[in-house]
Write a protein that binds this ligand. Structure first.
Ligand code: ADP
Ligand code: MG
Length: 715
């Protein structure tokens, strides 16, 4: 059995941190710090000249480009506000293709003529920044002679102040593009996709008789899973430090078999950490709502209230940053990797997605009136059509090396994209498409060709936790995102493919009604055709079941198990057509992403493989040899033979890994990725297998790495 290494963090240490919380009584509404550090609409109303405020708000509401003449006034107000709140620097915060955020800080102060410092921040500095783009991945978009890129203010995502014990920083959310205008980041395509979806949806709404809505926003609310472990163990594990996951570790005697962790009481230190993290998030205007324990020991979840996709996506990036930094104040480390511990549930990020009009209606809410239901059926059918057509692209949008341990690897959800509609909704679609139902189908559903539709009783519906894409009452929940991922690309894909489906269906609707068909009848006809053509993607059963994998194959659904299998979907003709037709990403921009993601895959695989080799060779093998010497002295030869054979196994596996890690020479792009997957990752698995067996026999005080039971159960 394992001794538990002493924790380096005492209760006193973290409870003194917690005192900051005690100073603020959050039970009083006026003490709620929500949005305190945000240059919010309320702050803008107070600080901007009335005409500037009106113009800015009008611009944002209509989703139009910003009038540059407003910039100076906004910059001035923003600067004054930031200085009053202790900021000394500002940064254009952007999201390069690394998947995280980037920032370069500039001081508000310039040395003045007579040694004084002047606070300067012009409209030009607000609107445009010019970081050196040469070190960010561009996948070949940037010509070698032109390393510059520029950041452009995104006025639709509010600026905020990031606090630090030693100062504060004004952060301005920005987009990042090359001088030739290509998107080098995650935000520009997301914004373009929101526009595309709005155009298609407004066109459809007009046909459906809605004359009021001017804009449709996509919405996202993400449920973030993460692990918290004691930082001492983190720093004793070179694999966690370099790769974010444990490359070694035998299964502990106790896992989550007892089901005692999920929704269990939250340990005190962890809760203190969560409370402070939430306080920070609320100051930043992130509307956090729920928290609970997750399935695995030491795993937790946090979810905000949904927001429009752009702001929700920015807030997600911030949320991950806050979780990571606040954890350290409590002697904890937040692990956002998709699979930090083999054999233990990994972490995902459920992406709740819907579309809503500026007049306040949710297009995926079945609603109470027949007219609402017509809208609902139309938009819901469009989502089904889009997901079926672009299932491979959706899978690719959530591909990364960490995800390969979850999707398609005996863990939810599978790599096969399918939709769970829920019993009642499925019944409705089936009744529409076949004109008949089972004895439990309300008679009214069987006459859906009529102009009057019944109220759809969709609420309180059933749940299917195994589905990668589930309808949950008034939104779809895309459950295949990885915990470390930005929301931006998966939502860009969702918005774009649904924009395409809505547009195509709107065209068909127009054709039907112009030949005289009544609108409600035309929608039903259309929904019937679309559902019949796409229902192969709908599945209500257990997605983990092997039988489903066989059935899915028969249905012709894609099962793209690994990142190298999935990424080519980003460049298929139908993907390129959808992105180009709706002006979201050009072929060149897609190619650049493909290249960057392939490269990230093999570079990360290579880091894992090198780290595996180093730990096995310089930590585990020496421990095993010491143990062997110990047994040799004891003279008990039966044990010696067992350990000796495991050591031989480890040494042989190390030889294979060393060969796999050798420079493969001429390979490029996908060839490198396949080499990493089939040679390096395969060889790593052999090394790990031998090492994990050794962990079970080598004297505990000789074992050089903290074990799973320590990392997972010390809270
Ligand atoms: P559930 O347990 O059914 O998943 P919640 O209501 O707690 O239910 O929702 C989970 C997440 O879904 C939250 O982040 C929530 O804000 C988000 N959500 C709810 N409605 C929408 C919507 N219309 N669009 C996007 N996300 C939504
Ligand atoms: Mg959920």
């Amino acid at each position: 059995m394992t001794r538990i290494r002493q924790q380096n963090v005492t209760a006193a240490q973290w409870s003194s941190n917690g005192e900051a919380l005690g100073a603020l009584d959050l039970t009083l509404p006026e003490n709620d710090p929500f949005g305190a550090n945000v240059f919010s609409v309320a702050v803008q109303r107070e600080r901007l000249p009335a005409d500037v405020f009106e113009k800015l708000q009008a611009t944002l509401a209509d989703g139009e480009a910003l009038d540059p003449s407003l910039a100076d006034a906004v910059a001035d107000a923003m600067k004054e506000w930031a200085l009053e709140n202790g900021a000394t620097h500002f940064t254009h915060m952007f999201q390069p293709l690394t998947g995280s955020t980037a920032e370069k800080h500039d001081s508000f102060f310039d040395p003045g003529a007579e040694g004084t410092a002047l606070a300067g921040f012009s409209g030009k500095e607000l609107i445009q920044g010019e970081p050196d783009a040469s070190s960010f991945p561009t996948g070949g978009v940037r010509a070698t002679f032109e390393a510059r890129g520029y950041t452009a203010w995104d006025p639709t995502s509010p600026a905020f102040i990031l606090e630090n014990p030693n100062g504060a920083l004004l952060c301005i959310p920005t987009a990042f593009a090359s001088w030739t205008g290509e998107a080098l980041d995650a935000k520009i395509p997301l914004l373009r996709s929101m526009d595309a979806l709005s155009r298609s949806a407004i066109k459809a709404l007009r046909l459906l008789g809605d004359e009021d809505a001017k804009r449709v926003f996509t919405t996202v609310g993400a449920e973030q899973e993460y692990f918290l472990i004691d930082e001492q163990y983190f720093f004793e594990r070179p694999d966690l430090i370099s790769t974010g996951r444990t490359l070694f570790g035998a299964k502990p005697p106790k896992g989550h078999e007892l089901d005692d962790h999920y929704f269990g009481s939250i340990p005190e230190r962890v809760l203190a950490c969560m409370l402070e993290a939430e306080l920070e998030m609320r100051k930043l205007g992130i509307p956090v709502k729920t928290r609970h324990n997750e399935v695995a020991p030491a795993q937790y979840e946090i979810a905000p209230v949904f927001e429009n996709s752009n702001v929700g996506s920015d807030h997600q990036q911030l949320m991950m940053q806050v979780l990571e930094s606040v954890a350290r104040r409590y002697g904890l480390v937040c692990l956002l990797h998709e699979k930090p511990f083999a054999g233990v549930n990994g972490s995902g990020k459920h992406n709740n997605w819907s579309m809503g009009t500026d007049t306040g209606s949710n297009l995926l809410d079945p609603g109470d009136t027949p007219a609402d239901n017509i809208h609902f059926l139309f938009f819901c059918a469009a989502v089904i059509q889009a997901v079926n057509k672009h299932q491979g692209l959706l899978r690719a949008s959530v591909a990364n090396i960490g995800q390969d341990h979850r999707l398609g690897a005996n863990e939810a959800p599978p790599a096969i994209i399918s939709i769970f509609l829920g019993g009642e909704l499925e019944k409705v679609f089936e009744a529409i498409s076949s004109g008949e139902g089972d004895p439990h189908t309300p008679a009214s559903f069987l006459e859906l060709g009529a102009t009057v539709l019944p109220k759809l009783p969709m609420h309180g519906g059933d749940r299917n936790r195994t589905s990668p894409f589930a309808f949950t009452g008034n939104k779809f929940e895309f459950r295949a995102l990885g915990s470390s991922m930005s929301l931006a690309f998966p939502n860009t894909v969702l918005n774009t493919i649904v924009a395409e489906a809505i547009d195509e269906m709107a065209n068909e609707l127009e054709a039907k009604t112009s030949s005289g068909t009544d609108i409600a009848e035309a929608v039903i006809e259309l929904v019937k055709e679309s559902y019949a053509a796409n229902k192969q993607v709908c599945f209500g059963g257990d997605n983990y079941d092997e039988a489903w994998h066989a059935e899915a194959e028969q249905r012709g659904l894609k099962n793209l198990r690994t990142t190298p299998d999935a990424l080519p979907e980003v460049l298929t003709d139908q993907t390129v057509a959808a992105f180009e037709n709706y002006s979201v990403l050009s072929k060149r921009e897609l190619e650049s992403r493909y290249e960057v993601w392939i490269e990230q895959y093999w570079i990360r695989a290579n880091i894992e493989a090198e780290t595996t080799f180093a730990i096995a060779k310089t930590m585990i093998l020496p421990a095993a040899l010491r143990h062997l010497a110990l047994i040799g002295e004891s003279g008990v030869s039966a044990i010696e033979a067992e350990v000796r054979s495991l050591v031989d196994e480890l040494v042989a596996a190390l030889g294979e890994l060393e060969a796999a890690n050798a420079d493969p020479g001429e390979l490029e792009g996908m060839e490198m990725a396949l080499h990493a997957r089939d040679k390096q990752i395969a060889a790593m698995a052999q090394v790990r297998e031998a090492a994990d067996k050794l962990e079970k026999v080598v004297a505990d005080d000789l074992w050089p790495l903290p074990k799973y039971e320590e990392m997972l159960f010390i809270k």
